[in-house]
Design a protein around this ligand. Sequence first.
Ligand code: SF4
Ligand code: SF4
Length: 285
Amino acid sequence: MALKLENHPCFNDASRHTFGRIHLPVAPKCNIQCNYCNRKFDCMNENRPGVSSKLLSPGQALHYLKAAVELSPNISVVGIAGPGDPFANPDETMETLRLVRKEYPEMLLCVATNGLNLLPYIDELAELEVSHVTITINAIDPAVGAEIYAWVRHEKKMHRDIEAAELLIGKQLEGLKELKARGITAKVNTIIIPGVNDHHVETVARTVASLGADILNCLPYYNTKETVFENIDEPTPAMVTEIQKTTSEYLPQMKHCARCRADAVGIIGEMNSDDMMEKLSEASR
Ligand code: SF4
Ligand code: SF4
């Protein structure tokens, strides 16, 4: 199997105009509630809110992928990023990864998660040669995390406040360590939320760098209506630039994130033609 790691357009700036990615929207549920997320929209792990995605079963997803690869042969990465969390829907996520790996032995596989329920699946992710995993880590200090997460549901139990944040952060950091122990490339996304964690992103960067994270993606919080944070302003470009500069002392930065939707297809930042979207829509029926 000859996976070419440098062909991942999200992790390698030099590849992003040549190689495309596709997200397979097979994971509808989420196991945490971020105060910036309105579930009517896509997950902000990786996705631009505001447009909800279609949902596919693993079998439909493979069918859809085949159609997409025919229309857009530059696809080098298949990612699962929601629209909820991949490991809040582990059966669908893992089955999809197995199907894709079987059909496309050379495809790069990628997953983006909040990290809560990642640990039990890391061994199989490594076996399937999933090469890139993103964990969204917005806080290291549970007191900051308690401002960001309304609740966390783990093994059928609800957690709130500091206890919820402690649980989530502990799983995220352990997950990161285990990914690196298996040689999987790990990206950390941190959403910059002014007045909530903007002063704390440097601590996140320092901590995840010490655990072996490969790259950091500092994303501006996106104001979404009908959320706890709906009255918080988005960070200014100057704040984002400053935080990227400070945290670049610890980790390389991903700066070309286009906030892909859970059903994104093709070259990052490029719109797909109506014709292509229509054909893909047919393939997913
Ligand atoms: Fe929303 Fe994603 Fe947070 Fe889940 S992890 S609440 S889908 S932003
Ligand atoms: Fe992977 Fe995120 Fe890129 Fe999608 S946008 S392919 S999940 S790194």
